[in-house]
Design a protein around this ligand. Structure first.
Ligand code: SAM
Length: 295
């Protein structure tokens, strides 16, 4: 297994590590972690446990979100000098809601090799066991932290036909589901994948209403690490639905501009389909005219 290039520069290996169960690592990943000249790790103490488990002794340097710009420059120099480096995060695949993006970009831009060593990823593990459509999905990383930003986030995705997935922590799982229930229909199917590959692994597929009820009433369902998957909107049924907030936006715009401009702007702001907004605008406009006639 070559860890350097013919031109003498080293290779950067992006190595996936387990998301809980230490056995979830590839033979190739273990070999690479043994052979590289150094391992750039998000938390060096954390990765030491994995290395000890596999009897790997190697040099560790830290590369985390607070030092990654500077540390990446140092790593690039080392690669140019011919050293090979493995990039690992605390769990799963680096860069997926984890550090590493600046380093990988820098190394690619410099024309050096970046080699993926695939393996565990909470997003993919959860999707694979969810039973929801995975042909097309969108990964949203972590949700915004404030309730208003979360509701805006859900509103934007209300009519999306794709499955969407996000990561959430135990501190915010309940609040996230409560906000979701204020925006999405309670019958929408979701999957909560908790503590994947660990002792208390739980994968619940239920309607949003039932899932919220479960998380609200079971303390265990608020513990650990979470991936939440939301079924896409059934296009024909839900594309006709607008939230009260979306309708309000349309009404405000209609009070100021022509139907055409109001609809065009509302498409941009709400993400609701033009046809749906246009039909709603016609109804609002007709009601307005009817009221004028009555007076
Ligand atoms: N890079 C990682 C990956 O490939 O999945 C994700 C890192 S991100 C900082 C950590 C988040 O991923 C957690 O807060 C949780 O949402 C999700 N996660 C990680 N491990 C998990 C597990 N075993 N079960 C469920 N979710 C997990």
């Amino acid at each position: 297994m070559a860890v350097s290039n013919i031109n003498g520069s080293g290779k950067l290996y992006v190595v996936a590590t387990p998301i809980g169960n230490l056995a979830d690592i590839s033979f190739r990943a273990v070999e690479i972690l043994k052979k590289v000249d150094l391992i750039a790790a998000e938390d060096t103490r954390h990765v030491k446990m994995l290395l000890q488990h596999y009897g790997i002794i190697n040099k560790l340097v830290s590369l985390h979100q607070y030092n990654e710009d500077k540390a990446s420059l140092v790593m690039l120099e080392k690669l140019r000098e011919g050293l090979s480096i493995a990039l690992v995060s605390d769990a799963g695949t680096p860069l997926l809601s984890d550090p590493g993006m600046p380093l990988v970009k820098m190394v690619k831009d410099a024309g050096l090799d970046v080699v993926p060593i695939p393996g565990a990823c909470a997003l993919i593990a959860a999707l694979s066991a969810s039973g929801l459509p995975v042909t097309q999905f969108s990964f949203e990383g972590f949700l915004p932290r404030t309730s208003s930003a979360r509701k805006a986030f859900f509103t934007e995705r209300l009519n999306s036909p794709k499955t969407w997935v996000f990561y959430e922590s135990c501190h915010r799982i309940l609040a996230a589901l409560q906000d979701m229930a204020e925006v999405l229909p309670l019958e929408r199917e979701i999957v909560i994948a908790r503590e994947l590959t660990k002792l208390h692994e739980t994968i619940v597929k239920a309607s949003l209403g039932d899932a919220l009820d479960l998380v609200m009433h079971s303390e265990n369902m608020r513990k650990g690490e979470f991936v939440v998957i939301v079924d896409g909107a059934a296009v024909d049924k839900e594309a006709q639905v607008m939230t009260p907030e979306q309708e309000k936006v349309l009404r405000v715009l209609l009070a100021e501009c022509s139907i055409k401009s109001a609809v065009a702007m509302a498409v941009e702001i709400t993400g609701v389909r033009k046809k749906v907004l246009y039909q709603a605008a016609l109804v609002i406009d007709r009601d307005k005219k009817d009221q004028l006639i009555c007076y």
